[in-house]
Write a protein that binds this ligand. Structure first.
Ligand SMILES: [Zn+2]
Length: 425
């Protein structure tokens, strides 16, 4: 057994519904870990005598939290992160599609999968939900790399059968067949989950969306991920491509791609009908704030978090950072521009338990409680001189934590545990 000692943050509830009091803070706390799971959380003074045989890891004033969960990424875009210029559709054509083409080479897919997971683990992210490319080998690569690291990870083959270059198109039939074969190969193996993944309506025919809707009906315990209403010119394009649809959401809804377990990235420019249907269906939305500002998409309405499951994500490589710390900072700034002030408890919750709820995995990851899987991050709350001087007069956890949210990076990540084992020292 291992006993981590330090400041501890965990959640008893949802700070968007219950306020900041939903967070519990132990100034001198402890987390007991055994067999890959958390067995106890509480005051160090109580846990130390309770587990006298445990190996003690004393982190002093550092903060022990559940590992971060990035609910929407494109791992194949690792190498093109921070590419200059352009709006969504041009960005896809100029940077994304040429790079995704390279994943027909299994060795390149494996190289990027390993590089990507090492980058995110060093930033305290212990679970991601990722799009692969259209190539089945790109799914094999990321699942193989995650399995070797013992990570809980969600991924799926991106399906596109139109409006993409030669070499990056499948068909309705092959998208169904390949997705099904990958699902049967990987879903439920160790800590891996397959996600049915049409990229977005502009690159799928109604026939392909219907085929994937049929696959989802066969495997309803899988998640389904796609993009929704990211940019206004994208929405206009969808209107041209689907003249019968009531709105963007309807292009999915009509083909059986709306329901609990549906994850929609971005969801910025929603109509009243779309909001009402998403809430009614119990769908999840994933907010990608650094991507939304980087590509100039718009400002997500965080009041939606009071009505449905909202996760937080980098949207690598449309997003401009691999780390969830600047992603929390961007979520704070985007909300400010909408006149909404997010409490640090809400930001931290979004990056952990909120994302876990969006992925329907909140009973396993994203919080510190007995029985949960032991994916942890240990945060240095004074990781740079600028942050240290800003926290010196702090009188509570939130004053100590907020400068790290706003200014922190990988230097703030002191240690990461995956499945009950420490990775980074
Ligand atoms: Zn995306």
């Amino acid at each position: 057994m291992d006993l981590l000692i330090g400041q501890v943050i965990r959640f008893d509830g949802d700070p968007f519904r219950d306020g900041p009091g939903a967070a519990r803070h132990h100034g001198h706390g402890a987390v007991a870990v055994e067999g890959g799971r958390i067995v106890d959380v509480g005051e160090a003074a109580l846990l130390r005598p309770r587990y006298p045989q445990a190996r003690v890891h004393d982190h002093g004033q550092r903060l022990i939290s559940a590992g971060f969960i990035d609910a929407h990424v494109h791992y194949p875009q690792t190498a093109i992160i921070a590419s200059w210029g352009k709006r969504l559709i041009d960005w896809l054509n100029s940077y994304t599609f040429p790079e995704e083409m390279r994943f027909s080479d299994p060795a390149y897919a494996m190289e990027i999968a390993n590089r990507y997971l090492d980058l995110v683990l060093a930033r305290g992210t212990t679970t991601v939900c990722t799009y692969a490319t259209i190539h089945p080998t790109s799914v094999d690569a990321i699942f193989t790399a995650a399995r070797a690291r013992g990570m809980r990870l969600f991924a799926g083959k991106t399906c596109m059968d139109r409006n993409a270059p030669e070499g990056l198109r499948d068909t309705a039939r092959s998208a169904y067949d390949d997705s099904k074969a990958l699902l049967r190969k990987w879903h439920g193996v160790d800590r891996l989950s397959y996600v049915i993944t049409p990229r977005f309506s502009p690159t799928s025919t109604p026939e392909q969306l219907a085929a994937l809707g049929a696959l989802w009906r066969e495997y309803p315990d899988c998640l389904m991920q796609t993009h929704l209403s990211e940019q206004t010119d994208e929405i206009a394009w969808v209107r041209d491509l689907f003249p019968q649809a009531r709105d963007y959401l309807d292009t999915y809804e009509a083909q059986g791609l709306l329901g609990e377990g549906a994850l929609y990235g971005h969801a910025i420019h929603l109509t009243e009908r779309e909001r009402a249907r998403l809430i009614e269906a119990g769908a999840s939305l994933v907010h990608c704030p650094t991507s939304n500002t980087f590509i100039g998409s718009g400002l997500f309405d965080m009041t939606l978090a009071q009505h449905l499951r909202v996760g937080l994500a980098t949207d690598t490589g449309g997003g401009s950072n691999f780390s969830m710390l600047p992603t929390m900072a961007a979520a704070y700034e985007v909300a400010q521009l909408r006149g909404q002030s997010l409490h640090p408890a809400q930001l931290w919750w979004l990056a952990t338990q909120g994302s876990a709820r969006a992925l329907h995995a909140e009973d396993r990851i994203g919080n510190l409680a007995p029985g949960m899987e032991a994916d942890l991050v240990v945060i240095d709350l004074a990781s740079t001189p600028a942050i240290e001087q800003a926290t010196r007069r702090a009188t509570d956890l939130w004053q100590q934590l907020f400068p790290t949210i706003m200014m922190g990076d990988d230097r703030a990540v002191a240690e990461v545990w995956v499945g009950g084992k420490p990775l980074v020292h």
